[in-house]
Ligand binder design. Structure first.
Ligand code: GDP
Length: 470
């Protein structure tokens, strides 16, 4: 009991502080409205800067408050991880490979980068877990292995090291439903848009409750735990990377910045200036400095565009720039995208990005999303350890991620504000910079309205992410 009292006191003190800061923020914004007509653009800028400072202080306080529970959270996280990985290990290492039920993941995706390939694999491992089958990877014409002597297993430990792919004389049956459960070996329909009931954002029901307790986004914890069964570099690479980390000066505090350019920004996504990334890095360090001393602001930079490294050096000399030069060199040579070098390059970059304290990247890239999920396996809860320069997290062909109303919202006469009650389920389409979300009601007063649900805007804080299970 002696230990508990000071802990509670410190929480109370922090809350009082927090309250003072929040009321300060409200007074601040009122004065902005009252005097809006007489404020010059300069004043507005100053007000904006002041509210940024208040936000930063609030975030720092929140970190302190949650740190009070760190020990408990760590224990909860490690025990959940231990339970889950033990179960998965048993499944992936059966006594006999021939008699074990197997699920073959057809990873023969020619145009898929490493991040993209890992996402296919995650879906398949989730299916293995749900169907109680050992995962077998089948890789043939993948860009990094096609026509080359290197194989996936040379880089990564396969999910089930003992049971490997061997060609079957009969074509394998594709698993579609429970009627295929009796078959010894089935093929997983690895179609990215094929929604299955055990796909993210759903998590196994047997883990849901405990995850809700210690993690802000249980579904990303889940994806991270599945991922480490795939993104597990072979020991010789692990040794190589550990040596390399020392050589390049990789140490905490360090922010991982991933700037995706080349083929991606030519067709699929917008290219953002380095400044957009660095404003978020700066903000992270300003916040960190409120809770600890930072001797040197450090960035681990990864990009498929070599010019970004040059630009960084020129524009941000005050930062310690850490990067894996070998990777930079290999991504510079376009023709090596298919080569061994290029797989090694992106593998190292993702490995190092996942060892940073905070990520700044574009969630439109598979690389950014994979690294964010792996980050969850290094901290009890790494929900907030990222800033995306473009969109929010997505998962291709996922089950929907619903939100539940925790505060009611009144329908506005304007026809724009969405009315809902506590407990209603909402599908969020977008959340904007000013804290407003746009979405549609899918469940109202307990009954599903799905497509007929009303659409509209509301303050984002009135909802909480809701966890779906399989
Ligand atoms: P996405 O296209 O960004 O969504 O992700 P993919 O996984 O489909 O493709 C990423 C591919 O682009 C990688 O496999 C690399 O070939 C290349 N790439 C992207 N970013 C980097 C990077 O930071 N470093 C290196 N070395 N290669 C990168």
């Amino acid at each position: 009991a002696k230990k508990v009292v000071p802990t509670l006191r410190s929480v109370q003190k922090l809350f009082v502080n927090l309250h003072d800061m929040v009321s300060g923020a409200i007074v601040e914004s009122q004065s902005v409205t009252e005097s809006a007509s007489v404020l010059t653009p300069y004043d507005f800028k100053q007000r904006q800067e002041e509210s940024a400072v208040i936000n930063r202080l609030l975030a720092a306080k929140m970190t302190e408050i949650s740190a009070v529970h760190n020990k408990w959270r760590e224990e909860a996280a490690y025990s959940a991880e231990d339970d889950f990985q033990t179960r998965l290990y048993k499944l992936q290492n059966p006594e006999s490979c021939s008699s074990a039920k197997k699920l073959v993941c057809d990873m023969d995706r020619e145009g898929c980068g490493l991040g993209c390939q890992l996402h296919y694999g995650v879906t398949c491992i989730a299916a293995s877990f749900a169907l109680n089958r050992t995962t077998i990877l089948r890789l043939g014409n993948w860009i990094y292995t096609k026509g080359l002597t290197n194989r996936w297993e040379d880089y990564f430990v396969p999910p089930s090291p003992k049971c490997q792919w061997t060609p079957y004389s009969e074509p394998l049956t594709v698993w579609r439903n429970a009627s295929h459960n009796a078959l010894n070996t089935v093929l997983y329909p690895l179609d990215v848009f094929n929604v299955q009931y055990f796909k993210p954002f759903r998590v196994a029901e047997s883990f849901a409750d405990r995850l809700r307790h210690f993690h802000g986004r249980p579904w990303i914890w889940w994806i991270g735990q599945l991922l480490v069964n795939l993104f597990r570099v072979q020991t010789d690479f692990e040794d190589l990377f550990a040596k390399r980390a020392k050589a390049i000066g990789f140490k905490s505090p360090i922010v991982g910045v991933h700037v995706r350019r080349s083929d991606k920004t030519a067709s699929e996504a917008r290219a953002y200036d380095l400044e957009a990334y660095m404003a978020l890095v700066e903000e992270y360090y300003d916040r960190l400095e409120l809770t600890q001393k930072v001797d040197q602001r450090r960035v681990f930079l990864a990009s498929d565009a070599p010019s970004v490294y040059v630009e960084f050096r020129m524009k941000y000399p005050q930062y310690a720039l850490v990067h894996n030069q070998a990777a930079a060199k290999s991504s510079a040579r376009k023709e090596t995208r298919r080569s061994e070098d290029s797989l090694r390059g992106i593998m190292a970059d993702m490995y190092f990005l996942a060892k940073t304290d905070h990520l700044v990247c574009t969630m439109s890239s598979n690389v950014c999303r994979i690294v964010y999920a792996v980050l969850q396996t290094r901290f009890p809860d790494a929900t907030r350890r990222y800033d995306s320069v473009d969109i929010e997290y997505i998962y291709m062909g996922s089950n929907p991620l619903y939100h539940k109303a925790v505060h009611p919202n009144e329908a506005g006469v304007d026809g724009i504000s969405l009315g809902f009650n506590v407990g209603d389920r909402i599908r969020v389409k977008d959340t904007y910079w000013n804290g407003t979300s746009y979405g549609l009601i899918v469940q109202q007063n307990g009954s599903w309205v799905e497509d007929k649900g009303q659409r509209g805007s509301f303050p984002a804080y009135k909802l909480q992410e809701d966890l779906e299970v399989f």
